[in-house]
Design a binder for this molecule. Sequence first.
Ligand SMILES: Cc1cc2nc3c(=O)[nH]c(=O)nc-3n(C[C@H](O)[C@H](O)[C@H](O)COP(=O)(O)OP(=O)(O)OC[C@H]3O[C@@H](n4cnc5c(N)ncnc54)[C@H](O)[C@@H]3O)c2cc1C
Length: 397
Amino acid sequence: MGRAASGAVPQSLCQADLTDTDVLIVGGGPVGLFLGCCLAQHGIRFQLVERQPLPSTHTKSIGIHPPALARLAHVGVAERLIEAGVCVSCGIAFAGPAEIGRLSFTMGPGPYRFIVAIPQHRTEALLRQRLDELAPRSFTPAAAVVAVHEDPDAVCTTLHDGQVLRSRLVVGCDGMGSQVRKSAGFHYLGAEYPDRYVMGDFDDTSGLGTAACVFLGRQGLVESFPLPGMIRRWVARDATGNQMRDVAQLAEIIRRRTGHVVAASTASMFSPFRTFAFVAHPFARGRVLLAGDAGHVVSPIGGQGMNLGWMDVWDLVPELVALLAGQASIEAVARRYADRRSRAYRIVRRRAEFNMWMGREGRSSVVKQSMARLLLGTPLAAYFAARFSMRGLPDAP
Ligand SMILES: Cc1cc2nc3c(=O)[nH]c(=O)nc-3n(C[C@H](O)[C@H](O)[C@H](O)COP(=O)(O)OP(=O)(O)OC[C@H]3O[C@@H](n4cnc5c(N)ncnc54)[C@H](O)[C@@H]3O)c2cc1C
């Protein structure tokens, strides 16, 4: 029985067999690109379609954690990211301008004992370069998916120009607004948090070196991270609820909450952002599977959403290999994958919620500062360092 999704294509079109591949990846963001690299290495036939005609220039995600680096190393991208980014091996917590404690990311298993800070568009460019080396002509830009329709033997995916692609499986890596998810009829359960933030990238004159910094205080959180080219990302909690609309205001807030002066005239990026927690239900069904933001979104405070998406891929690839080799059933793969990914999502979501709670303004911030001072002075600091660098997830090495 074919499962009709919204905008389903007629059976006759589906049988037209315009393109025939094993896996169709929808979305060429960081998660879809990594999946393409992994499938290429396993010799699996795939195609990737991306809605945008040109590469993204968004710098939104900047932190790549040790477990993700270990996975990216398998496709030959970790070293390129390390070379192009800044290695952050220490986190410093401040109460206003005064240091209250440090976290070291140098402990823990594996060769990567730091977090790499690099703008998302650079990460995507390096993944894309690697995909082109491993599987030339697998990436099709300016190809937007409008509908998926599942048959017993294949999935038919319709593009904006009416072309129908036929594949044994479809993996939706098409972000939070995923058309694959909507078209397959999966729900997206969750809500928006009241927490709003503003971020900006400025020339770095802070003297904070390569440390990642968190400033806790009565007026709300400020985070600060180094970026390549002597740039620093500053993120401030917007206690007014998304009314901070210009870069001079952000610079003033940074000065008041941290004592650091950033020159508004050097801002290369300024953007307010909202926070969400959503998870798809189901996460996978039949021949349609999700990965990355298409399947779950967590708050960026803590910077783990993209990394979680890469872990989805790492989890999914051996399952796809077994499935395509006839060694596993579609139902069993979908069930196992969905169970593991939902569990990992819940852990990462809780961590992000803790980070947001720590950064909320108000009188309790004095208690939170004392708590942070206390925790960072004990062996528990290693536990928090592991949480911030995404170690200790069920499937992390
Ligand atoms: C301010 C901010 C800071 C962040 N910082 C971090 C961080 O430091 N670390 C971290 O791990 N995460 C961070 N994140 C989260 C991270 O940006 C996302 O989790 C990540 O982009 C998800 O990648 P993705 O490939 O799943 O989806 P996306 O990046 O959304 O990519 C989806 C791709 O699919 C394409 N697409 C969409 N619809 C279609 C369609 N119908 N047909 C074909 N193609 C389609 C899109 O054009 C896009 O290229 C941050 C997020 C924000 C907002």
